[in-house]
Design a protein around this ligand. Structure first.
Ligand SMILES: [Zn+2]
Length: 166
């Protein structure tokens, strides 16, 4: 990336940015990336191998995820506000919060389960621990591997079988 170029694209959400205005940035493998928000910068950091791959994320299909998360019982007013907060998180397509659970649909390219857990805590929805905490750790681990695998795959236009070297 040309550092003198005043235009840059957020590699996570593909928003065009004026780099002189962008306050969220980081350098990965000698390339400086700019982000529209702390959310996108954090998402990049979680899966830098994926987001720094030559393939842009809009060339990949959405990676829809659905999870039912167990949450503590909270008053309905808090559930409503939390539902609004969560539905505004980038990458979230659907949220349904009931008594003791939250059903969330999201696109793994744009938001991770880790980020959703943090957003839920911020919104006053405490997640259940113990076995459910272990299960969430496993889901996060699987998500991470899924992105790393995608990053290491050849792009669809070169899906020919590899030439065998004798
Ligand atoms: Zn962004």
């Amino acid at each position: 990336m040309n550092l003198h170029n005043p235009q840059s694209i957020d590699p996570v959400c593909l928003t065009k940015l004026d780099t002189s205005m962008a306050i969220h940035q980081l350098t990965y493998r000698n390339v400086t990336y700019h982000f529209c928000s702390a959310h996108c910068q954090e998402r990049f950091s979680e899966a830098a191998v994926f987001f720094s791959a030559p393939q842009r994320i809009d060339e990949l299909h959405p990676i829809p995820k659905h999870h039912r998360l167990r949450v503590a019982s909270v008053p309905e007013a808090i559930r409503e506000v939390a539902g609004i907060c969560l539905s505004e998180v980038r990458g979230v397509s659907n949220v349904l919060i009931g008594d003791g659970y939250a059903d969330i649909d999201y696109d793994l390219r744009l938001v991770s389960l880790n980020q959703l857990e943090a957003a839920m805590k911020d919104a006053g929805l405490p997640l259940k621990g113990w076995l459910h905490g272990l299960r969430r750790s496993l889901w996060s681990f699987v998500e991470h591997n899924e992105l790393e695998n995608l990053a290491s795959q050849p792009s669809p236009c070169c899906s020919r079988p590899p030439i065998r070297v004798r």
